[in-house]
Design a protein around this ligand. Sequence first.
Ligand SMILES: [Fe+2]
Ligand SMILES: [Fe+2]
Length: 163
Amino acid sequence: MNDYLEEFSSLTRELLDSDPVRRMGTWRHHGPVTTLDHSLFVAYCSYRAARMLRLDVHAAARGALLHDLYLYDPRDKSAHPGNQCLDHPRAAARNAGRLTRLTDKERNIILSHMWPLGGALPRSREAWLVDLVDTVCAGLELTRVYRPERLRRKLGVEPLIAA
Ligand SMILES: [Fe+2]
Ligand SMILES: [Fe+2]
């Protein structure tokens, strides 16, 4: 592991080893990419960008890792109230709040990550950053330019498949 991966791993290890985060490996988010692999990709890229820009690496890494912790099949219309675009950041914030003590900044990173399509307005530089990184990572995943499962293997995170 390089120094950046080591630091990212130490900032997020408690979450990486948790059942809710590993359970994101159950569902596909973008094409063949699971929600777990997507979240790890967004979290690591947000951490690297935050480190480069001298922002809050802790909030960027944790908020990004939990931004899609909605824990249901997005294709199952009965799993959420209505519009997935609006519903999933709220479900993710609720699940993340049960998993760990979220700061206001981390909670806003999760709630605002779909802006301007829906949800809250980003209220920190870290929230703006994660919003942008999420969009870029989604594009790289959908076009198959990058396959983020390699990152998960390097970090030693095993998906947990929900029944
Ligand atoms: Fe999302
Ligand atoms: Fe996302």
